[in-house]
Design a protein around this ligand. Sequence first.
Ligand SMILES: [Ca+2]
Length: 265
Amino acid sequence: MNVAATGKYTINTRVATALSGAYHLLIDGVNVTGTVNVASTGGWSVYTTVSKNHIALTAGSHVLRYYHESGSLNVNWHKFIQEVQLFKDCNYGGTWSAAFVAGTYYTANIVAAGGVNNDASSIRIPAGYSVVLYDGDSLTGTSLTLTADVSCLTSLSFNDKLSSMSITSTSNATHAAAQSFVQAVETAPDQAVTVYPNPAKNYITLQNVKNSVIYIVSSTGKQVIQTTSAGTSTTLNIAGLSNGMYYIKVVKGEESVLKKLIINK
Ligand SMILES: [Ca+2]
């Protein structure tokens, strides 16, 4: 994946399971989420969003890996949302910084997040947020509304004054820039063809594949299965395939859909 801007990120992962499962995410080989346990969501296509906050990412190219620990999960997509970040010094530096998702933060909350009262001098505000700073605790006193980065709060007469703040996410759409850089990692969420379970062990079921040709290709590009489905749904035996990442290509007429498949036995 390509990270547009250095910062702290919330990673939202869309998952569904009729059973339960556990996974973690690795970035450049480092487990950044810890074990994430998912209880039954009520069905293989009943999706819920799991959020992991304050993941540090630097600008540039990184390798994101999904590691399936146990159970069975359908994983639909990962979405990265950059968080608001306070810094001790101007120009986003200093001996402390603290990251925040949308919400209300009194002095105690800012301190709990790693910040210091009356000490912030710069703030990162990604597109899609509105932040109101207050010089008193509990959203009191002089306030300042911001919607973009400020490299030095001295310029707005708010240096070393912040004691509480309110962060509002103004639009999911404006987080698209953060989301777009992972679109190659997972398949699009709304394609009609569905595959479950995914990650899988010995069998997978594909739905909405009437009159389609189905190919399974290894991550190195080797075709390992080819079959034709006459019915709307088909179940394939994949017991002979070893663990790893595969692509499922479903071709119907002139349309084709590519889905990622993880095999983990
Ligand atoms: Ca300061």
